[in-house]
Write a protein that binds this ligand. Structure first.
Ligand code: SF4
Length: 694
C-alpha cells in the first residue's frame, strides 16, 4: 500500500482511452499528478475504472515526449529543432506552395479521435475554410464508418440508440463482434452484473471470449462463426423470426415503412437464409441459430451490442444494416433495455464523427452538397465552402501514389501503424511533399514527416469528449501544456499562418460556435455542462436535458427503413497456401497501437503481441506454446510468438496490434467495406510456420 496522503487539489476530467468515457478525479500535490481516482458521480462509470484509465497516464511525462517543433526539407535529412513561429511558417508556406503548384485539392487532413470535440471541429474548419476543400477524414474510417452509414440509412442517425444505464433493463443481449471485457472494461462489468441478475446473452464471435464463459456467467448460445460471415448469421436469425411469425407486427406497422418491410420479409424468407443453408457457410450449427433467434425474439427486452468485429469487414455496413433490421423486426427500439449499441473504440471517435471529420459531411452529419447547411457555415465562417465531397484516407494515399495529393496535416493518428497494407501507406506518405505530424511522440508516421508539431495530452487541455452513448463529458486542464500550447491552439496558429485570422481564446468559444451551427448541439455550452455534469446529444430546445434514449416516438428519419442484406463472400479466401484465417483485436492492458500504454507500467503485463492458435492447428504444424512462428499472408509476413489457446476455433488464429515490432498490418489485406472503405482487418488468409525469431 502506498500512502499518498491528502492531495492538495483535484480536477474532474475524462479518461482519454476507450469510448466508455469514465470520469476521474485527477489528484495533485502542487503541479505533480499523484493519482487518478474514478469519480463516483461520473455518469458513465459511477466510480469504476479499468487499468488503463486508472494507472496508464504516466505517458504524459514520458521522456519520449517531443516538446519542441521540428522541421526538415526532406525525410532523408535529420530533424532540426526550431521555434513555433518558424515551424508554423514553414508548414504554412509549404502547404500553400503545394496548392499553388498542384491545385486547391492537393492537400488535406486527418483529424484525431483522441483529441477533443473543439479541436476536431477546428481541424475540419481548417480544411474547409482555409484549405478550401473537403479533404478531411478520421480514424473512424478504419473502425466505425459502417456504423455511421448503416444506422444513418435505417434509423436516420449515425449513433447508438441507448445510454449505458439501459442495460439494467435488458433481458437478452446479442453481443456480436465485440469483446468488452478487454476493450470496454467498465461497461463489460455492468453487462456482467445484469447477466448475474438473470439476463441472457448470445455471443456471436469466432473466439470463446470471456463473456462466453466466465465467473458466474455462461452464454446461452455461443455462435462461433467463420470470420467474414456475419451477414449470413444475422440473416439466418432474421429468417427464423420472420418465417416463424415471431416479429413485432404492431411495431413494424406503426414505426416502419411497411412497403420496405414487405420487400425485406420476402427476401429474408427465402430458404437460402435458412439456418441449414447458413450452417454450410458459417460453420454455426443450424439448431443453435434457430434457438438463438427464438430466444432473442421471445426473451423480453432485447439489446444488441457490437464492435469492430462487425464493422471491419468488406460487408461491415451490410451487417450494421442487418442488426438494425433485427432490432426493428422485434420492436426492440425506443425504450430502456433494448436498442442497437455500437461500442465505440476511442475516447472521442463518436465526437470526431459528430464534428464533421468525414469528407462528405459537415458537423451534425449534414451533407456538404446541402446548400442550406453550407449557407450556415458560409455565414459564420465568412468563406465559400466547396460542395464536392473530399477524399477518404485510402483515396488520399492512392492519390499520393498517383501524384495528385501532395500535403497532409495528420493530428494524433499514426496511420503507418494503424492502417491496413503498411507498404501502401508508406508509399503514399513517401510520395507527399509536405507531411505535418502533430503528435506526442515521434511515431511511425513521423518517419515520413517534414514538420513535427508537438501535441498535448488530455491532461493539458480544456474541452469535451463524446462517448459511445453520445454523452458529452468535460475534459479539464490538470496541468499546463508541456509544449506551450494545447492542440486547438496549434491548429489555430497554423490556420492563421495560412491567413485565416481566427481569434479563439478558450475552447468554450469553439463549443459556442458548434452550438450555433449544429442543431443536435444547440443546447450545449460549458455552463450547461458545468450545471448538469454531462449531456447526451441531441441537446437542444426540444431536448434541453439531452437524449438518453433515441427514436422513442419515431425514428429520426421518420419511418424506420428495412433494407435487404445480401451476403457476399469476401474476396479474401483461404486455400492450400494460406489455410488459416487471421482476425485481430485488443487486450485489456494495452490500447490500440500502444503509443500511450506502451510507455507506462501496463507494458509489464503485455509486452509483446502473441498469435493465439488452436491446439490442433499448432500440433499439426509442430508448434509449441511460446515458440517463435512466422505469420505470412499474400500481403507480407512477420514473426511473433505462439500462444496455444482453446479460445480459438480450429482454422482461425488471432493477434493484437499494440506493438510496432509485430507489424500486424503488414499482413492485412487492402479489401474494404463496399460503402465506406473501412478496411477488412478481421479476415486475412494466412500460413503459420516455425521460425527462429526476428
Ligand atoms: Fe473507462 Fe475505458 Fe478509460 Fe477504462 S479505458 S477507465 S473503461 S474510459
Amino acid at each position: 500500500i502506498i500512502e499518498l496522503g491528502t492531495p492538495e487539489r483535484s480536477v474532474i476530467t475524462t479518461c482519454a482511452y476507450c469510448g466508455v468515457g469514465c470520469s476521474f478525479k485527477a489528484e495533485l500535490n502542487g503541479d505533480e499528478l499523484v493519482r487518478m481516482v474514478p469519480y463516483k458521480h461520473g455518469k458513465a462509470n459511477r466510480g469504476h475504472s479499468c487499468v488503463k484509465g486508472r494507472f496508464a497516464y504516466g505517458y504524459a511525462n514520458h521522456k519520449d515526449r517531443i516538446l519542441n517543433p521540428m522541421i526538415r526539407d526532406s525525410i532523408e535529412e535529420p530533424w532540426q529543432e526550431v521555434s513555433w513561429d518558424e515551424a508554423l511558417a514553414f508548414a504554412a508556406q509549404r502547404m500553400r506552395g503545394l496548392q499553388d503548384k498542384y491545385g486547391k485539392k492537393s492537400i488535406g487532413v486527418i483529424t484525431s479521435s483522441r483529441c477533443t470535440n473543439e479541436e476536431t471541429y477546428l481541424v475540419q474548419k481548417l480544411t474547409r475554410a482555409v484549405f478550401g476543400n473537403n479533404n478531411t477524414d478520421t480514424c473512424a474510417r478504419v473502425c466505425h464508418s459502417p456504423t455511421g452509414y448503416g444506422l444513418g440509412q435505417t434509423f436516420g442517425t449515425s449513433a447508438g440508440t441507448q445510454d449505458f444505464d439501459s442495460v439494467e433493463d435488458t433481458d437478452i443481449i446479442i453481443l456480436i463482434g465485440a469483446n468488452p471485457t478487454d476493450a470496454h472494461p467498465v461497461f463489460a462489468s455492468r453487462m456482467k452484473k445484469r447477466l448475474r441478475e438473470g439476463a441472457k446473452i448470445i455471443v456471436i464471435d469466432p473466439r470463446k471470449i470471456d463473456l462466453v464463459r466466465s465467473a458466474h456467467i455462461e452464454a446461452s448460445h455461443h455462435l462461433p462463426l467463420r470470420p467474414g460471415t456475419n451477414v449470413a448469421v444475422v440473416s439466418a436469425i432474421a429468417h427464423v423470426i420472420v418465417t416463424e411469425g415471431l416479429m413485432d407486427q404492431d411495431f413494424i406497422r406503426e414505426r416502419c415503412d411497411w412497403e420496405e418491410f414487405s420487400e425485406y420479409a420476402e427476401f429474408i424468407s427465402d430458404t437460402r437464409h435458412s439456418p441449414e443453408a447458413t450452417e454450410l457457410l458459417t460453420g454455426v450449427p443450424a439448431a443453435d441459430l434457430r434457438a438463438a433467434a427464438r430466444l432473442f425474439a421471445t426473451g423480453g427486452n432485447g439489446a444488441i451490442y457490437y464492435g469492430l468485429g462487425v464493422t471491419e469487414h468488406s460487408q461491415g455496413s451490410t451487417t450494421v444494416i442487418g442488426i438494425a433490421n433485427l432490432a426493428m423486426l422485434t420492436g426492440n427500439i425506443g425504450r430502456r433495455g433494448v436498442g442497437v449499441n455500437p461500442l465505440r473504440g476511442q475516447n472521442n471517435v463518436q465526437g470526431s464523427c459528430d464534428m464533421g471529420s468525414f469528407p462528405h459531411e459537415l458537423p451534425g452529419y449534414r451533407h456538404v452538397k446541402n446548400d442550406d447547411v453550407r449557407d450556415i457555415y458560409q455565414e459564420v465562417w465568412g468563406v465559400q465552402i466547396d460542395n464536392e465531397p473530399g477524399l477518404r484516407i485510402p483515396n488520399m494515399l492512392d492519390a499520393a501514389v498517383e501524384g495528385t495529393f501532395k500535403g497532409l496535416y495528420c493530428q494524433g493518428e499514426d496511420i503507418l501503424q494503424s492502417d491496413p497494407d503498411t507498404k501502401h501507406v508508406a508509399a503514399g506518405l513517401a510520395a507527399m511533399e509536405c507531411v505535418i505530424v502533430h503528435d506526442l511522440f515521434l511515431n511511425e508516421t513521423a518517419n515520413y514527416a517534414h514538420v513535427f508539431l508537438p501535441g498535448s495530452t488530455f491532461l493539458e487541455k480544456d474541452g469535451t469528449f463524446t462517448n459511445a452513448e453520445r454523452r458529452i463529458n468535460r475534459v479539464r486542464e490538470v496541468m499546463k501544456p508541456l509544449n506551450g500550447y494545447a492542440d486547438w491552439e496549434v491548429t489555430q496558429l497554423l490556420a492563421n499562418a495560412m491567413g485565416a485570422g481566427w481569434h479563439y481564446t478558450h475552447p468554450s468559444q469553439i463549443m459556442d460556435e458548434i452550438a450555433l451551427t449544429t442543431p443536435s448541439f444547440a443546447g450545449v455550452s460549458y455552463d450547461v455542462l458545468e450545471e448538469k455534469g454531462s449531456v447526451q446529444w441531441p441537446c437542444n430546445e426540444a431536448h434541453p436535458d439531452g437524449t438518453p434514449l433515441m427514436h422513442v416516438d419515431g425514428f429520426m428519419r421518420g419511418k424506420g427503413r428495412f433494407i435487404v442484406t445480401e451476403y457476399v463472400a469476401t474476396e479474401e479466401k483461404s486455400g492450400p497456401r494460406f489455410p488459416l484465417l487471421l482476425t485481430t483485436g485488443r487486450i485489456l492492458s494495452q490500447y490500440n497501437v500502444g503509443a500511450q500504454t506502451r510507455r507506462t507500467a501496463n507494458s509489464e503485463w503485455h509486452h509483446e503481441d502473441l498469435l493465439e492458435i488452436h491446439p490442433h492447428d499448432a500440433e499439426v504444424r509442430g508448434i509449441k506454446d511460446g515458440q517463435w512462428i512466422k505469420l505470412a499472408s499474400r500481403s507480407g509476413e512477420t514473426t511473433l510468438r505462439a500462444q496455444i489457446s482453446e479460445r480459438m476455433s480450429p482454422g482461425v488464429v488471432y493477434t493484437t496490434f499494440h506493438h510496432p515490432d509485430t507489424q500486424a498490418n503488414v499482413i492485412t489485406t487492402d479489401y474494404s467495406d463496399w460503402a465506406t472503405n473501412c478496411p477488412e482487418y478481421k479476415v486475412t488468409a494466412v500460413q503459420v510456420s516455425n521460425s527462429n525469431g526476428p
